[in-house]
Write a protein that binds this ligand. Sequence first.
Ligand code: BGC
Length: 739
Amino acid sequence: MRCGLIVLTALGWLNQASAAEFAWSDPGLTPAQRTEAVMVQMTQEEKLRLVRGYFGADLDFQHSQKHPQARAFSAGVVEGIPRLGIPALFETDAGIGVATQGSGKNQPRERTALPSGLATAATWNRELAYQGGAMIGAEARASGFNVMLGGAANLIREPRNGRNFEYAGEDPLLAGVMVAQQIRGIESNHLIATMKHFALNAQETGRMALDAQIDEAGLRMSDLLAMQFVIEQANPGAVMCAYNQVNGSYACENAFLLNQVLKSDWQFQGFVMSDWGATHSAVQAANSGLDQESGSEFDTQPFFGTALATAVEQGEVAQSRLDDMVRRIVRTIFAKGLFDYPVQENQTIDVAGHELVSRTDAEEAIVLLKNRNHLLPLKTGMHKILVIGAHADVGVLSGGGSSQVYPPGGMAVTGLEPASWPGPVVYFPSAPLAAIKSLASLAEVSYYDGDDPAVAAKLAAASEAVILFAQQWSTESRDAPDLHLPDHQDELISAVGEANRNTVLVLETGGAVLMPWVNQVGAILQAWYPGTRGGEAIARVLFGVVNPSGHLPVSIVQSEAQLVRPVLDGDPADSHRGVRVDYSEGAAVGYKWLTLHNSTPLFAFGFGLSYTEFRYANLAVHCAAVQCQVSFTVTNTGHRSGKAVPQVYVSAADHHWEAPLRLAGWDKIALAGGQSRRVALRIDPRLLATFDSHDKSWQVRAGQVQFRLSRFAGDNQALTDTVFLPATVLPLQNQQQRQ
Ligand code: BGC
C-alpha cells in the first residue's frame, strides 16, 4: 500500500485503477459510508488542508503567485490528499463557460461561451438551460476542472447592477428554475456546481462591505426563495456566500443564512465556500457555517489556516465542527463523482457541437420588443442594407469580470479600456455583418461605425433598411451610473430612426436600459450578450430563419423614477466603501414593485413578440386544498412555426401579498402554424403563501386567489379563473422536489 502511494504521488495524480486500492473506492458504498471510511484515516493537518483554498493566478496587489497545483489562470484550487486518493478541487468560473483569470496579460484559454445568464433566462426554456450547463460542464471537465463556480441565482433588484448579465432575472420562480437546470446540466459531468452569491449581493457598488437590510419574510419570499428552488431542484454540491453583509453580519459569517436557513431549514448537504475575499474571521465564520475559505490570498489573513487550527486547539471552534466542514466537502466529492471520475487537462472539446448549443440558446434568448408594420423578418428582396455600430462588423460584446470567457479565434476588438480588471472588454469574433451578408442574398450590405450621428443619419436615409446595433458593456465590481446607453448612443439611435423608418435596433446590453427613442425605430431586438455564435444568432432572427421566442426576465421601465431606488445607493465607482442599503421593498421586486404602485413599464416582465400569433383558451384551475393544477390550450393562429411562453400569474383577492401579481408557472411550447396543444402546470403552493417569520412556515390564508393566464405580467387580456383556497400551513421545504 505504502509503496503504491509513493507511485501515486510521483505520478502527480491518481487514476481510476489505482483508486481501487482504498476501502472507500467501492462505488457500491453510499457517499456517507465512503466519507466515514476516509475520515477516520485523516490527520488534523489533512482536514485543515481541505478547508482552505488558494487563488489560481498571480495577484499583483498581494505580491502572491498562483498556487503551484492550480490550473493556469484559474479561479482557484483546494489541495487534495493524494495519500488517501482525495482529489484537489480545481475551480473555474463559470456562468457562461470556462473562464480565464487575470487575462489582461495572460494567454487566455479559448472556450465556448454561452450567451449571458440573463439571456438564457430570457429563453424561458428549461431544456436549453440544462443543455447550456451540460455543455460548459463538459468543457470544464475537458479543461481539468472539477468545480464550477456557477450558477448565479441572485435576483435582479437593481437594474444598474454591473453583474445583472450573470443573473437570471427579477422573479424567484424563473431565476430558481432556470439556474437549477443549469446546475443540473453542469453536474451531469460529474462535477461540483456552486450556487452563488448567497445572499442579497444585489449591487456591485460597495459590495465588499455593503450592509443589506431586509426583513426576514421579504427575504424568504424573494432572493432566498429563488435559491431555495435551486437547492431543492438541483441539489448543488456547493454554495458560495457573498461579499456583502445581510442585516449587519457578513454573509460568510452569517449564522442565520448559513446555519439556519441553508443547512437547517433547507437541509443542504453540500459545503459552503466563501467568495474570494469574503472571509472576515476564523471563529465566527466557522461557527456560523462557512466550510471552506476560497482564494485565501484575497482575505486580510488566511483565516482557515493557522487561525482556524489554533481556534480548534483552544476549543473556540469544536473539533466536531471542523469534522463537519471536512465531512461535507468529502461527501460532496464522492456524491458528485469527483472521486470516481478524475478530471484531466487538455481533453478534446466538441467545438462545433458546443457552438451550436450556444447559438441555439442565443436565438431563443432574443426578445422581439417591437415590430412596426411587420418590418421583421427582413424581406430577402431588399437591395441596400446599412449596418451601423457596436463593432457589428467584427463581433458581439460580452460581459466582464471573473466570468469572462475568451473565445476561439481571439478577441475581435483590441486596444479597449479597461484593459485589465474589471476588463478587458471582450468582443467574440462572431460578426453580425458577415452573417447578415450571407442571409441578405441580393442586398448590398455596408457598414458604418456610428461615430457621428449626422453621418449615420445621412447614410441611413440612402438605404432601404438599417440594422443599428447599440451596446452597453457591463462588468463585475462596477454598476452603471444610470440606465441610459453610454457614449451618446441615444442620440445616434434617434438620428438614424428619424432618417429611416425601416430601422431595426439590436441591443447588446447586460440588462434593461432606458429607451427614449422607442417610437423612433421600427423594430427592436433585445439580444443581451449573445455568446460565441451571437452574430449568426442575431442574423438568423433578423431574416426569419428563426422565429423569436425570448421573453423579458426583467421589466424595462420608462424612467428611473419608477424604480424602487431612483438613485443608486453609494458611489458606482467604488466597490469597497460600505453602504447601508435598506431593502424595504422586501419581496416586491421588479414587476411586483411596479404593479404594487400601479406603475406601467415600457415593456413588462414576461413580454416578447413573435413572427406568428398565439391564442390562449379554455383555462381550467383545479385545486385539492392548496395543490393547484392549471391547464389551458395554446394555439398558433398564424402560418409560421413558433414558440409560445404562456405565463400564469396569481393574485390574492384580499391583497395581503407583497404585490398584486406573482409568477406561478409557465411553459415554453413549440407549435407549427395552426397547431394547438393542451398544457398543464402544477403550481408550487409556496407561491400562494406568505412566509411567517414568527412561526417559520409558509402560510396560505383562506380566501380567493385569481389565476391569470397571461402573455406578460399585467396583461389586461389575461384569461382568469378564481378559486377559494383554505387556510393551510406548509413546511419550510418542499420535500417532494428533493432529489
Ligand atoms: C466573484 C465570484 C467568482 C470569484 C472567483 C469573485 O470576485 O464574486 O463570482 O466566482 O471571484 O473568480
